[in-house]
Design a protein around this ligand. Structure first.
Ligand code: NAI
Ligand code: A1CAB
Length: 263
């Protein structure tokens, strides 16, 4: 049995807990000063009463607080790090580097940097992983296998994390915003809200599934839909000439700029 302990019980921690919840080989525990007990009750796992208790109970500890809480959490964990140095840390803290993790937690702790997105809750996530030279191949393999259970995963360089965070980490929010805009357009054109919501959601979900299952590039799929001289091409021109690519680039640039503030 592997025990995964969460420090922080917000949206990201809950998504990961849900993703691993069906695995009989994994036991999960959680601490948060605010909502830990409620989240534990809702997700049928055990609540601990401090970050230190989580550390002492776990094989792998996920740091899932807001990034600015790292120093406070590290202070609480110091006795645990001395008593039980074998614990592996998987940090999901946005913008916090491996070097910053070592500075806060000490050089002897095995730290890994992981960047999942909320879609891990339904095992359709993407998780970027980064390791330093202290992490041996067995630990890398074990951490990668855990996240592979929650969707796709890759080892990236830390330099790639800013862009990966904006596109894969924050991306579900942007795709959701596009889906909402699709729905709003349907309502504006006379559909009931319920119908518009269903059409928008199923079209976004189906398009993603189609590209994945058929290994089709986005523009190849778009070209299949665009009957020459037909209606889709007229809409596609409006979308691209209206500045879609620039808008998406601006979105990613703004996201990365904010993320860099934590470094
Ligand atoms: N939400 C997302 O999609 C993603 C979030 N992340 C990262 O995950 C981390 C958490 O983000 P969210 O879950 O969205 O935030 P959130 O605000 O939903 O949750 C934060 C949690 O941390 C707890 N907390 C605050 N201070 C604490 C402390 N000193 N000790 C223990 N627990 C404490 C809060 O009670 C709360 O349960 C952030 O560092 C964020 O950058 C990374 C990738 C994606
Ligand atoms: O919004 C945030 O700061 C975090 C990082 C990636 C997704 N959520």
């Amino acid at each position: 049995m592997l025990t995964i302990g969460f420090i922080g019980a917000g949206n990201m921690a809950q998504a990961m807990i849900k993703g691993w919840s069906g695995n009989q080989e994994i036991q999960q525990v959680v601490y948060s000063p605010h909502v830990g007990q409620k989240v534990a009750d809702d997700l049928h796992i055990e609540a601990k009463s401090s970050a230190l208790e989580v550390w002492l109970a776990s094989d792998l500890v996920v740091l899932a607080t807001p990034p600015d809480q790292l120093a406070a959490v590290a202070r609480e964990l110091q006795p645990g790090i001395l008593i039980k140095p074998s614990v592996i840390v998987a940090s999901v803290l946005g913008g916090i580097s491996l070097e910053q993790l070592h500075k806060a937690l000490g050089n002897t702790v095995v730290v890994t940097r992981t960047l999942p997105n909320v879609n891990v809750a339904v095992k359709y996530g993407y998780t970027a992983l980064a390791f330093d030279e202290q992490v041996d191949a067995d630990i890398k393999g074990a951490v990668a296998a855990l996240f592979l259970e929650l969707g796709r995963t890759d080892e990236l360089t830390e330099e790639q994390f800013g862009a990966a965070s904006a596109i894969a980490g924050s991306g579900p929010a942007f795709v959701a915003a596009f889906t909402e805009a699709f729905k709003e357009a349907g309502i504006a054109k006379g559909l009931d809200e319920e119908v518009a919501a269903k059409l928008a959601e199923q079209t976004v979900a189906g398009t993603a599934q189609h590209m994945t299952q058929a290994k089709k590039a986005p523009l190849d799929l778009a070209n299949e839909v665009m009957t020459p001289g037909g209606s889709t091409a007229a809409g596609f021109d409006a979308l691209t000439q209206g500045g879609l690519n620039q808008l998406v680039l601006d979105t990613i640039t703004a996201t990365m700029a904010k993320n860099a503030e934590f470094e």
